[in-house]
Design a protein around this ligand. Structure first.
Ligand code: ZN
Length: 304
């Protein structure tokens, strides 16, 4: 307790963060396959080069989804620097996108928690959601597609923390990118960012106790130690925001090519720090240096 007086305490209230609006979804990797009952519905279908869209009522919506999915497919892979990706997901390997009529039907069929609005299921290579207008096409669709594309590329052998999955998926939501990076700078300025250490070990999917307050150690803009007090909602939102801000930093500062190399190292089974070391040898060889470079980047952006 001797050092407590030196700690700056930063409270983050849930209400302040409600406006953030991250995509509430659930990504199931290889082990966490989710059972979806798709049998008892009268599906209609439209087919494209890389997707099948299954839907129950709105033809126009389904066609728009297919059209946008084909466009995102090229854009997401290119943005991440994944070369020659276009041969995937063709013919029999086309990815099905299931669109239920409404949220209730979606929840019933997927057995998902109420807060979820969509899912990418890697085991069955499918995307499941419901027709909810612009948000679906602008956010959820590119988000879920990026989950699948990222894991197609990196596989499941390396050390891949959840922030990488969620960061890449949100990075693909182009309409939010600018807003998210602005907000991350605000957080940095107000000393509200979680430490990289926390980003590495937190599994937000396991946070069930909604009444708990979490106390996390972090650093201030001046490099002093500080304590963050967060309720679950704030913790989850900060985590999502920071995930995408970290990806944005890597790609914006060092380019898509290096990011691809970093992903390739993970795909080959490397630990995260080993992958950093090979892809960014003179820039950030480990997580401490990652954090330092990232903070320098934010500092530069703030003062420019
Ligand atoms: Zn996600």
């Amino acid at each position: 307790m001797k050092h407590m007086h030196q700690l700056k305490s930063i409270w983050i209230a849930g209400a302040l963060l409600l406006a953030l609006g991250h995509t509430s979804d659930l990504f199931a990797g290889q082990k966490g396959a989710i059972r979806v009952s798709l049998d008892n519905y009268d599906w209609k279908k439209v087919s494209g080069e890389h997707f099948f869209v299954y839907y129950t009522d709105d033809d126009k919506f389904a066609k728009n989804v297919l059209d946008k999915a084909e466009k995102y497919y090229v854009r997401i892979a290119q943005g991440l620097g994944y070369p020659r990706y276009s041969g995937f997901w063709t013919w029999d390997n086309r990815v099905p996108i299931y669109i239920f009529a409404d949220h209730k039907a979606f929840i019933q069929a997927t057995d998902q928690p109420e807060w979820s609005h969509g899912m990418a299921d890697y085991t069955h290579k499918q995307i499941v959601s419901y027709a909810w207008g612009e948000g679906f096409v602008e956010s959820l669709l590119p988000h879920e597609m990026a989950h699948l594309i990222f894991r197609d590329f990196v596989g499941f052998k390396g050390e891949i923390p959840l922030w990488l999955d969620e960061g890449v998926a949100q990075w693909a939501e182009e309409s939010k990118r600018e807003y998210m990076s602005q907000t991350a700078m605000e957080y940095y300025k107000e000393d509200k960012l979680l430490s990289i250490e926390d980003m590495m070990k937190l599994d937000i999917r396991l946070l069930k106790d909604m009444d708990r307050i979490y106390i996390r150690a972090t650093k201030t803009r001046e490099g002093k130690m500080a304590a963050l007090f967060l309720d679950v909602e704030s913790l989850v939102k900060t985590y999502y925001l920071e995930s995408v801000a970290m990806i944005n930093f890597m790609i914006d500062r060092f380019g898509a090519k290096r990011f691809t190399q970093f992903c390739r190292e993970l795909r080959d089974g490397k630990k995260l720090e080993e992958a950093l070391q090979s892809a960014y040898p003179n820039k950030m060889k480990n997580l401490d240096e990652f954090e330092e470079r990232w903070r320098e980047y934010l500092e530069e952006k703030l003062s420019s």
